[in-house]
Design a binder for this molecule. Structure first.
Ligand code: GLN
Length: 557
């Protein structure tokens, strides 16, 4: 088993996760079986409770783990399917150690950072080291070298290298080489200092990944090599990409990173096959057409808050030879009307979210998309909002609402299951992770997916209230997918609309380059059709959905 550790220096936000994921892409293209994991030094047990303003999106795995968004990069850039074991936080480490201490597992010893905390960290690396499944484990350590919180992780890595042998390990340090305009010079000092900090802890990087705005010339490379004790060919330039993050594996390959890492790990592999990846990048970089898509949400200034959604749009657009102009609209600005804000868009997407803020604006945007027959995709909360909108404005249920927004609403079209069942104690916890959906025949959803059973990732509490199903169906609101027992609505669509789809789950967590998610692909295809004047959904969706009989709706009781 081979190990790669990725640390970061100088500043945060250098794209360490992306770099680690891109190395994963390259090693997989060389036929190696790769798995990635992230160590997060903060004390939260998981990012599930963290504010998207601070921490970006919470990325949900198949097993329901709420994880750091870098795991999204890992799954998009490689074939690995991750579980909760692939994201370790200091919170989890200390929780484990303290539980063990309380159980008496330490047999009266003094419990210390070394060895007890570092042992838990090393165990996690070993747990992933299943030779039957993987050849290489790539571990990214969150934060920046020099952070107090990161020290136990770095110490654990130092010990781990001693145990598995340095010939099986590569330490890769992602650092910033800033360009100082006044001096017209790239500066190596911050990197030197960051590497010095690593060495203090006993870690010597073999590879430097230098994030910079300018090309690194020979002198800079030599200097970095000499001061940081890294071979000159292991000083890798990673300049800001011009168009898309999906260029990163290609630029790192051009710098020789994958060959270098294989040499350092003493593994022989074929040259990487990057043809499909290159083709995908070409589609992203120079599409033959463009569509404007509005995303109406809450965190529009924080690009990371809806990361997987933006990536999924990119994947879908590339597959339709199309570029995307995103129009990011703060839902609160639509609270009193949409005005002209959606006049020029070919698609409206309402993402997931929690809480009432922005809800009325999202409802207004949804209404506009429905009435103007603009393709609409509602994800999780987006589906719930679409339900409320239809109930209010088409079915005349004026006070329809979600109990998340109004506890006392007389018409809870969206509510907690406990509330629907009349249970008083409403401590509903989140429905998390992968659940199956049965898709009703004859629906648009069936045409989009081409399948009658799919599994998708969830993260929500509230559900469609089946009490309203028949009344809303009579007006054209179709529940096109449900849980296998038919009790939970998973997918909705409108009978009289070219592409109006909402899902109770998060398809954005399962989209990849060259493997766009069907709901996003259908959405973009419909947006292209809308823009070119025809309303027809894309070619594989031959007909708008026809009426669905009740037997089909009630899939299995
Ligand atoms: N707040 C909603 C719920 O809990 C939707 C959650 C989401 O969009 N992820 O059901």
């Amino acid at each position: 088993m081979k190990y790669i550790f990725v640390t970061g220096g100088v500043v945060s936000s250098l794209g360490k996760g992306l770099t680690a994921a891109s190395l994963g892409t390259l090693l997989e293209a060389r036929s190696l079986r790769v798995v990635l994991q992230k160590f997060d030094p903060y004390l939260n047990v998981d990012p599930g409770t963290m504010n998207p303003f601070q921490h970006g999106e919470v990325y949900v795995l198949n097993d329901g783990a709420e994880t750091d968004l870098d795991l999204g990069h890992y799954e998009r850039f490689t074939n690995c399917v991750l579980t909760r074991h692939n994201n370790l936080t200091s919170g989890q480490v200390y929780e484990t150690v303290i539980l063990k201490e309380r159980r008496g597992d330490y047999l009266g010893k003094t419990v210390q950072v070394i060895p007890h905390v570092t042992d838990v960290i090393k165990d996690r690396i070993r747990k992933l080291s299943d030779e039957t499944k993987y050849d290489v484990v790539i571990t990214e350590i969150g934060g920046t070298t020099g952070d107090i919180e990161g020290l136990p992780f770095l110490e654990a890595i130092r010990q781990f290298i001693l145990e598995v042998g340095p010939e099986n390990v590569v330490n890769m340090h992602v650092t910033l080489v800033p360009y100082i305009k006044a001096a017209h010079e790239l500066k190596t000092k911050p990197t030197q200092q960051s590497v010095a900090k690593l060495r203090e802890i006993g870690l010597q990087p073999q590879v430097l990944i230098c994030r910079s705005e300018q090309p690194l010339d020979r002198d800079v490379r030599r200097k970095l090599s000499m001061f940081c004790s890294v071979a000159e060919k292991a000083v890798i330039e990673e300049r800001d990409v011009e168009h898309t993050i999906y260029e990163v594996p290609l630029t790192l390959h051009a710098e020789g990173l994958d060959q270098l890492v294989c040499d350092l790990l003493h593994v022989e592999t074929p040259q990487p096959d990057l043809n499909d990846w290159q083709k995908f990048v070409d589609c992203v970089v120079s599409p033959s057409k463009r569509v404007k898509i509005a995303v109406v949400g809450k965190y529009m200034d924080v690009r990371d808050a809806y990361k997987s959604i933006y990536e999924s749009l990119t994947h879908a657009a590339a597959s339709e030879d199309c570029g995307i102009d995103l129009k990011l609209i703060d839902a609160e600005s639509l609270a009193h009307g949409v005005d002209d804000q959606l006049k020029d868009v070919a698609g409206v997407l309402v993402p997931g979210g929690f809480g009432v803020r922005g809800a009325e604006g999202k409802i207004n945007a949804t209404r506009y998309a429905r009435e103007h027959r603009i393709p609409f995709l509602g994800l999780c909360l987006g589906m719930q909002v679409a339900t409320i909108e239809f109930a209010r404005n088409v079915c005349g249920i004026k006070n329809a609402n979600s109990t998340e927004f109004d506890k006392e609403t007389p018409d809870p079209v969206i509510s907690l299951l406990e509330e629907q069942r009349g249970v008083r104690n409403k401590g509903a916890s989140m429905r998390l992770g992968t659940w199956p959906t049965k898709i009703a025949p004859g629906t648009l959803a069936k045409k989009i997916y081409g399948d009658t059973e799919v599994t998708e990732r969830h993260r929500h509490r509230y559900e469609f209230n089946m009490k309203y199903r028949d009344g809303m169906n009579a007006k054209g609101f179709v529940i096109s997918g449900t849980s296998p027992d038919g009790t939970l609505a998973e997918l909705i669509e409108l009978r009289d609309h070219p592409y109006f789809v909402g899902c109770q789950y998060h398809p954005e967590f399962q989209s990849k380059p060259n493997k766009p998610h069907p709901l996003f692909r259908g959405f973009i295809a419909a947006a292209v059709a809308y823009q070119t004047g025809g309303e027809k959904p894309r070619s594989t969706i031959k007909q708008p959905p026809v009426g669905v009989s009740d037997e089909e709706l009630v899939l299995q009781r």
